[in-house]
Design a protein around this ligand. Structure first.
Ligand code: ADP
Length: 164
């Protein structure tokens, strides 16, 4: 049976750390669904549509990597796409508490759900979407942290904000 893994996240925006995780996950699982969480609590920089579009562009032509979005509980989404595996990344100890809470809560709500963690790639341990947003907001270079496409979209986004 094909094993489908859902990689949920805010991806605001997707970074090279996320991409590394997807690439490694795609070697292990038959299908990875990168799914952008439409989190109503957070005020995002990019809309869900913009985030999904850039991820789609990055993994264009990759047969076992799909891009989607979801709203509401992850466990409901897992049932909808018939996946029992959740892929998440661990950077440092600081990620652990939140990730353990999420994994255990999801399992409680939907026992077949298993969360698989991959350690972040060594060079991406200190990389996060929020750091990237902060650097880009002040006009700094985010080269090497995100793909060129994302770098350009960040420039456009902050330029538009400054022009407002
Ligand atoms: P969320 O808001 O759900 O935490 P993120 O987009 O920040 O969404 O992260 C999604 C997942 O990717 C999380 O499991 C997070 O720990 C992981 N992640 C974030 N940045 C990196 C990175 N640089 N390397 C590996 N995993 C990462």
């Amino acid at each position: 049976m094909a094993v489908i893994a859902v990689y949920p996240g805010s991806f605001d925006p997707i970074t090279n750390g996320h991409i590394d995780l997807v690439e490694r996950g795609a070697e292990i699982f038959d299908l990875i669904i990168v799914s952008v969480a439409d989190n109503v609590d957070k005020e995002p920089l990019f809309t869900v549509k913009e985030r999904a579009e850039m991820i789609r562009e990055i993994f264009k032509g990759r047969e076992n990597i799909q891009v989607d979005s979801f709203r509401g509980l992850l466990v409901d989404y897992l049932k909808k796409v018939k996946a029992n595996v959740v892929l998440r990344g661990l950077r440092a100890v600081s990620d652990f508490d939140y990730e353990a809470q999420m994994a255990l809560t999801n399992k409680k709500m939907y026992p077949p759900a298993e969360t698989f963690f991959l350690m972040s790639g060594e060079s991406y341990t200190y990389l996060s979407s929020s750091i990237v947003r902060e650097i880009a907001m002040y006009g700094g270079h985010v080269e090497g942290m995100v793909p060129k496409l994302v770098e350009n979209l960040l420039k456009d986004k902050y330029q538009k904000r400054r022009d407002r």
